[in-house]
Write a protein that binds this ligand. Structure first.
Ligand SMILES: CC(C)(COP(=O)(O)OP(=O)(O)OC[C@H]1O[C@@H](n2cnc3c(N)ncnc32)[C@H](O)[C@@H]1OP(=O)(O)O)[C@@H](O)C(=O)NCCC(=O)NCCS
Length: 118
């Protein structure tokens, strides 16, 4: 669960006592990531999304992160204009993924750094 991993980066926007937006932010030491940004349809187009992204940027910068990235589902391309209005640019990358449950586990690969430390 996200709440058990970098809980300070699980952002919840509250207004008038109710949740109006969320984002799952992540940082692995190289890039910051924004996942699942969403604003309650009742309060969209009122600047909540940009506020969440700005807050995420501050949190990531405090951790030493210098670049934030995010992925947009191809069927959700209409949202790209929103990000572009906030200074995000489309990058020439193809995102690839694989469910780890499908990976066979014949042996354990130790972290490379552990060997170097000896
Ligand atoms: C995308 C989303 C988070 C935006 O949040 P929001 O709070 O409604 O953002 P706002 O509309 O207030 O955005 C601020 C600015 O972006 C602009 N904007 C919003 N959508 C836009 C679009 N599709 N194209 C161009 N500009 C857009 C707004 O005009 C506004 O600019 P302005 O203040 O100068 O008028 C929200 O629409 C949402 O939750 N969508 C469903 C979930 C989703 O698709 N999330 C993204 C996953 S990658």
């Amino acid at each position: 669960m996200k709440i058990a991993w970098q809980p300070d980066l699980l952002l919840v926007a509250v207004a008038g006592g109710r949740v109006v937006g969320t984002a799952m932010v992540g940082y692995e030491g190289h890039r910051g990531w924004i996942n699942y940004l969403a604003v309650d349809p009742d309060v969209q187009r009122q600047g909540v999304g940009p506020q969440i992204l700005e807050h995420a940027g501050h949190r990531l910068a405090d951790l030493g992160c210098v670049k934030v990235q995010l992925m947009v589902r191809t069927e959700n391309r209409r949202v790209i204009g929103f990000y572009e209005a906030l200074g995000y640019v489309e990058e020439p990358v193809v995102a690839m993924g694989k469910r780890l449950s499908a990976v066979p586990r014949p042996f354990i690969i130790e972290p490379a750094l552990r060997d170097h430390a000896r």
